[in-house]
Design a protein around this ligand. Structure first.
Ligand code: GLA
Length: 755
């Protein structure tokens, strides 16, 4: 047994004034310069020791201010900074800004002292990477101080066993006057090169997490949301890739924010070959009044380093998020296969229909029936009743609890849909509390999906939500909640907050939401919560801390899902990624894809169904039943395994392919989906990854729809062969007919053979 202290360490070298955070895999180095300024020295593969003073050539540059009068070569504008201010000569993007009572925005926070602590320090009231024991992490706290105003900024760096450093900052007002924090990011890092490709994920509703990769030029890439949520349009994630990085090779630095509200991130080139990376709360429409004796914490940023390409980065994120961001009863448990009523029934639900559905679902092997929108009183369209969380007695004469019990008697669990943060204008709640919505006092608030947003900065509103949801969950028959959020914030204004605190609303909304979710998930530890925001509109690590799975997209078209799930997989594990078998033609794209294809795509995430059994033929039901049984067999590998992306749908090769391997590499599941059909086009042979080269694997195809076994069906092949040579997957299912299969797909299950 090795001593735990060896696994991660933080040292301070007095002579060099250097902090070194390290473990077996990584080093993170910061230096105090001129006794005042924090310099970013290094984040990357583990180095034995940092050597300062061997490369720091400083020049007397034009237009550069010199904060140390006698040293014309020293300017903050050319330095590699750790947490830069504004107004002191560093003209790049600052990490923080304040404004005092007199409108002065200048500040001078200088290095003051440090502490090295075992374990983790977490940001107050915010989701974060947690530890199960203090031995899992070490934390460095660095204090910066503005002695003129009597303010402190504490920078927290936590290093873990893996290639991960997390950061957040805390601002403390020790003065006698309030100040306004105008900008306060979670992290800043200046890197000594511009040799990067920048990877970001962006999209729209039903088009989430498209992958964008471009070389960095001498300019900036900005990502942000000002919608009140992390949003489907943008993702608080930045990947910096050394040129030529592939899935398996190259250096990657991935930065992600554990936060569900407005965010801002940038990659900004400096004038002398440097790159600045930042991530944090969006300063747009943000301000925080910090009164004497109070403090403010930023959300936490997660910095993952990989020396083994994008797969290395993704698997580090996956493991961390699955085991140290997700919490509770479901953290280490396989997730049930569910059937959701939405795309089959929409608002047309009632007790009789749900009970029939439960029977049909149980017969297919479904483990959980989810009754989506439409169960509460007068909710027959999306124009009404959000906020009034009482059951509709016309649809459910015996009540919800009785329905839940009857469903359970059929051998499956029961779950329901909520959209707690919202309120319909047409609702009892709005009639009673018109002042509970986010709105300007001057104008009629703008509707979106006919609804308004509740003001979660108001504790009374949060209390109401906790109560309303608890009343439905307390009797204990409901095992699952889909927590939706279907519009963004407009007309920012709160009747609850003082005039001077109005700029705090967007962040206070998120804090209120976190507190509501903390209370409810603690109160109902065995209820499985799934987050949703018209699909993946709030698929972020902040939500994951409370809700261990997310509905990936309202777009259930399997072909488009290949892309959406691909982008999502860069840092979210498959266990968190809801993927459902849908109807044909698809309700969003109106495209008809073979059922097998729809199944094979959904089986690469957390499997469920939107398609209703009553709309299926017996043959289709058989295919689904067998697929669900097969999924239960491969579920541990999919949900707890490591991901290897093999052929990207973006590569234009006509196919996409990925593989999950169990941690011990004794089992793997291989997926292959054809994306388009061109006659006589040779499809690429797929080389696998993540297997053990020395192991032998028996290959079994799952969900086969014809009687013609693949050439390698049942064969035992070595990991080295599968990874170095690979397999050619036939592009058609019915090779005896001259019919091409437009959307062919294959799933292969690989199991180690010991003989
Ligand atoms: C959102 C969700 C859907 C469904 C509807 C119900 O769009 O993403 O899955 O729950 O709301 O109104």
């Amino acid at each position: 047994m090795r001593e735990w202290r060896n696994r991660m360490q933080i040292s301070f070298e007095e002579e060099q004034q250097v902090f070194h955070l390290y473990n077996d895999k990584i080093s993170y180095v910061i230096q105090v310069e001129k006794q005042r300024y924090l310099k970013h020295c290094y984040y990357g593969k583990r180095i034995k020791r940092w050597h300062s003073g061997i490369k720091d050539y400083y020049y007397d540059r034009g237009f550069c201010a010199n904060p140390v009068e006698e040293d014309r070569k020293f300017s903050l504008d050319t330095q590699l900074r750790e947490f830069p201010e504004s107004g002191q000569g560093d003209f790049r993007s600052p990490a923080y800004e304040l404004e005092d009572r007199n409108g002065d925005r200048n500040a001078r926070f200088f290095y003051n002292n440090y502490r090295i602590l075992s374990g983790k320090i977490a940001p107050d009231g915010l989701p974060h990477v947690y530890t199960d024991a203090d031995t899992e992490a070490m934390t460095l706290e660095i204090t910066l101080q503005d002695k003129v105003r009597n303010q402190r900024i504490l920078l927290y760096y936590t290093i873990y066993e893996d290639a991960v450093v997390t950061r957040f900052a805390k601002w403390i007002n020790d003065g006698t006057e309030s100040i306004e924090i105008c900008r306060f990011l979670s992290m800043n890092m200046d890197l000594p090169t511009q040799e990067y490709d920048v990877l970001t994920l962006a999209g729209a509703h039903t088009e989430e997490k498209n992958v964008y990769r471009r070389p960095l030029c001498a300019d900036s890439v900005t990502i942000e949301s000002s919608r009140g949520t992390s949003s489907p349009q943008a993702t608080p994630f930045i990947g910096l890739l050394s040129p030529g990085t592939t899935e398996e090779q190259g250096e990657v630095l991935g930065v992600n924010l554990i936060y569900s509200g407005n965010f801002y991130g940038c990659v900004q080139c400096g004038q002398y070959g440097t790159t600045r990376v930042q991530l944090g709360i969006n300063p747009y429409q943000f301000g925080w009044q910090l009164s004497p004796g109070t403090s403010f914490c930023t959300p936490e940023a997660v910095l993952v380093y990989s020396a083994n390409g994008l797969a290395g980065m993704s698997n580090t994120f996956h493991k961390l998020y699955r085991t140290r961001v997700c919490r509770g009863w479901y953290r280490d448990r396989e997730r049930p296969v569910l059937l959701n009523s939405w795309e089959g029934m929409y608002f047309e639900i009632n007790e009789k229909k749900m009970l029939t559905l439960a029977e049909e679902a149980a017969e297919l092997g479904i483990e959980l029936l989810v009754m989506d929108d439409g169960w509460f009183k007068r909710r027959n369209t999306d124009t009404t009743s959000l906020g009034d969380w009482t059951e509709d007695k016309e649809k459910f004469p015996d009540g919800l609890q009785s329905l839940a019990k009857k469903v359970k008697q059929k051998g499956i669990d029961f779950g329901i849909w909520f959209e707690p943060e919202m309120i319909s204008k047409e609702s009892d709640l709005y009639r009673e509390h018109p002042d509970w919505v986010i709105r300007s006092p001057l104008y009629e608030p703008i509707l979106s999906r006919h609804q308004l947003v509740l003001d979660l900065s108001n504790p009374a509103v949060c209390e109401y939500l906790i109560d309303a949801v608890s009343k439905v969950l307390v009797p204990g028959n409901i095992s699952y909640v889909k927590w939706d959020m279907n519009r963004h914030l407009t007309d920012l204004g709160s009747a609850y907050l003082d005039r001077k605190n109005q700029n705090e609303l967007s962040h206070r909304y998120v804090l209120g939401l976190y507190q509501v979710m903390e209370t409810l998930t603690e109160r109902f530890p065995q209820v499985l919560f799934e987050s949703c925001s018209s699909g993946g509109g709030r698929f972020d690590a902040g939500m994951l801390y409370y809700m261990p799975q997310t509905w990936t997209s309202d777009n259930t078209d399997a072909l488009q899902r290949v892309y959406i799930q691909w982008g999502t997989s860069y840092f979210f594990p498959a266990i968190a990624m809801g993927a459902h078998i849908s109807a044909a033609p698809n309700h969003q794209t109106h495209r008809s894809l073979p059922l097998k294809y729809r199944i094979d795509v959904a089986m690469s995430g957390r499997l469920g169904m939107e398609i209703q059994p009553r709309n299926m033929t017996d043959e289709e039901k058989n295919l689904c039943r067998e697929a669900i049984a097969a999924y239960k067999e491969i579920r541990p590998v999919v949900q707890f395994g490591e991901l290897y992306r093999l052929v990207s749908p973006y590569d234009g090769q006509g196919v996409a392919s990925l593989l999950y391997a169990s941690e011990d590499k004794s089992k793997a599941v291989f997926y292959w989906w054809k994306l388009e059909q061109f006659v006589n086009r040779q499809l690429p042979r797929v080389r696998m990854a993540g297997l053990d080269a020395g192991k032998q694997y028996r290959i079994r195809e799952l969900n086969r729809i014809d009687n013609i076994p693949l050439a390698f069906e049942g064969k035992v092949l070595s990991g080295s062969f599968l990874m170095s040579h690979g397999l050619e997957i036939p592009g058609e299912h019915r090779m005896d007919a001259d019919k091409m299969s437009d959307y062919a797909s294959r799933i292969l299950y690989l199991e180690e053979v010991n003989h």
